[in-house]
Design a binder for this molecule. Sequence first.
Ligand code: SF4
Ligand code: SF4
Length: 326
Amino acid sequence: MNKVHQARFFEQIAIMFGRGPKKPTEITERAQQVHELKRMANKVEVRAAILKAHEKPHGNTWRNRRWAFLLAVNLFFVVSFYFDIQILEGSLSASRLIGFHLIDLNSALQVMLAHKHIIVNLVIGTATVLAIWMLLGGRTFCSWVCPYHFVAEFAEKLHLWMAKKKLVSDQPMSRGLRTWFWAIFAFAALGTGYTVFEAISPTGILSRALIYGPGLALLWVAALLLFEVTFSRRAWCRYVCPIGLTYGVVGIVSPVRVKYTLQGCFHEGDCKKVCLVPHVLETVVKGRAVDTEVILGPDCTRCGACVDVCPTGSLKFDIKGLSKIL
Ligand code: SF4
Ligand code: SF4
């Protein structure tokens, strides 16, 4: 990793914890050349090329794959419980797959903090989960597995529709809040001896409701969704949920990531509009890319929405050391 990429790597971690993206101070020579060529390009020709690129409406290939996977994982738990198939037991917070204990990293952390000691069985249970998400990209859990992400996507569509009609407007908050909430929930578990976050986590509530049947806790999930529709777009995932931050840290060195290629990009920013974490796409702003190819930061949920929407194929999934996978 050269100096420019090293600086960007650490900057992306700081951004994940809440720091705002800044204009890069160091850019590779080859990227500077591309930036310069783009600055000198004929505006009329660029406009015509943009219109041509947008002629064909974009597909939803990755979204469809992701929804299919997310529903399959969650339904697998339901079917397994309903038919008492002992291949998979439990919920997303803690489960057993063919005898292997799988424990959500954040839940395990909360339990150990509440009990104030390291529980060996929990460490073993989280090891497999840690390995899986380190390989697949930490926050892949969010967009490919979390049931709250799925329902929040529909709430987001409603919010955007209402915002277009000027019925609501998004109230963005500080992203640093999520880091504070992470610490607050950790101290709450330590101080009270209870896994406080687990009681209010919409991920756990929805997963348990799907498997064991609905309960009053669903009212809390409905209130969160109402807040997101009427007040702040994707507020829970963007500003509160500690699971997202935990998995973001897990995915820092993941080989599965989204790669940006500077050359063909028109910088019109469609990708940022559909992204849950648009700060990871700061690199697509004209003049910001530090190299001709840039890997998006660990807060990216690998949802593929930007890959679907990009008219020039400048954003693609990539596996480190292997070729592009679309
Ligand atoms: S941030 Fe939390 S609620 Fe949002 S998708 Fe990730 S795990 Fe689910
Ligand atoms: S950068 Fe792309 S893949 Fe990552 S979260 Fe945003 S839209 Fe999804």
